[in-house]
Design a protein around this ligand. Structure first.
Ligand code: MRU
Length: 354
């Protein structure tokens, strides 16, 4: 059985409730935890990618709303509701692309709406219960994604993955990596090429770390090597995660995913996207409508303090790109496999198995 990676924990001790986050910016060198007792620390952790990955951002934000509700100075439920709503609006400004953030915050807002006039303890309790439910549901969705996805891979498959869509990015097990971990649990051998994932190396720092923890044969490659690897090694599939999927099946994911999909198409390698239903944004049709986060230029030219380009040079640093549905072989969700990827199929699978 594979080891679990726990990136997010909600705890209570004599000093009160706290959200414990594994600081992913320090991995793989150091395993340190941040103790969040207020919503500002949760916002900072999301913004700075200490906690990252679409589902993990949503779960953390839900707990952030709880922390704000618990520390609200007001003695009335209305006062708690106002503080919680303010926290939800504030957390929504942390990162724009992963729809799981907004999905989780909307769920918390709905609970605030239902308990606006109940007493202070009740609204706090209801918010904590909802955050715990969001967390637990993600755990279950990830395992179901793995079970569906594992049916697509034969024994001895060789996979390319990009960024980190593993246990660190979710409640547990991951989305793309859940498919690989489930194959391992079923006794299928899988070998993985992990794109390092510039500019912040989520692939080499986090995915390679998770895969090695589970003793899965893993080879790190620079992003620019992926097409060559498809041309020269027998790659059976590419599997990645997603930050937002539109009604027609366009997928926003970590920058570099689109190029990987283009190369996969050219080499006739199946390109799979694994994501829970909470990553779908059916209010958007086309990928160009997805807000793409622009990040600090320093991540490109001086990552982690190492200067890699001349001072003063212009930098473009979009954190995500959009892969059109046409390049995606199948979407692997907890509700089933969507193939071919088109609007009708997406609605059928998401609605039929809700
Ligand atoms: O900027 P990040 O590290 O939050 O980007 C994460 C990704 O792009 C993941 O692939 C995606 O969120 C899926 S996580 C299961």
């Amino acid at each position: 059985m594979s080891k679990k990676v726990t990136a997010i924990e909600w705890l209570r001790d004599e000093s009160g409730y706290q959200l414990i986050l594994l600081d992913q910016t320090l991995l793989p060198g150091r395993r340190e935890f941040i103790v969040c007792r207020n919503v500002e620390l949760v916002w900072e952790a999301i913004k700075m990618l200490r906690v990252r990955g679409a589902p993990a951002i949503g779960i953390s934000a839900a707990y952030g709303v709880c922390l704000a509700a618990l520390s609200a100075p007001s003695a009335t439920s209305d006062g708690v509701a106002v503080a919680a709503l303010r926290a939800a609006d504030y957390l929504a400004t942390s990162r724009p692309t992963a729809v799981n953030l907004f999905w989780a915050l909307d769920r918390m807002r709905a609970v605030i709406g239902q308990h606006h006039s109940s007493d202070r303890d009740l609204i706090q309790k209801a918010l904590i219960e909802e955050a715990l439910r969001i967390h637990e549901e993600d755990r279950q969705m990830c395992h179901a994604i793995g079970s569906h996805g594992a049916t697509l891979l034969a024994d001895k498959s060789v996979i390319i993955t990009h960024c980190n869509a593993g246990g660190l990015a979710t409640a547990e097990y991951g989305t793309a990596l859940s498919v690989i971990f489930t194959c391992q649990d079923l006794g299928k051998q899988v070998q993985v090429f992990a794109d390092e994932t510039r500019p912040l190396w989520q692939g080499s720092r986090l995915t390679a770390w998770e895969l090695l923890e589970r003793r899965i044969p893993t080879t790190v490659i620079c992003d620019s090597m992926a097409a060559h690897v498809m041309q020269t090694k027998n790659i059976d599939a590419v599997i990645v995660g997603a930050d937002r999927i539109t009604a027609r099946g366009d997928v926003a994911n970590k920058i570099g995913t689109y190029g990987l999909a283009v190369a996969a198409k050219y080499h006739s390698v199946p390109f799979y996207v694994a994501a829970p239903s909470s990553t779908f944004d059916l209010t958007l049709q086309h990928g160009r409508e997805i807000p793409i986060e622009q990040r600090d230029p320093a991540e490109v030219i001086a990552p982690y303090g190492h200067t890699l380009a001349p001072v003063g040079v212009d930098v473009y640093n979009p954190a995500f790109d959009v892969t059109p549905a046409e390049l995606i072989t199948a979407l692997i969700t907890e509700r089933g496999i969507i193939q071919p990827v088109e609007g009708g199929n997406i609605r059928t699978i998401l609605n039929a198995n809700a």
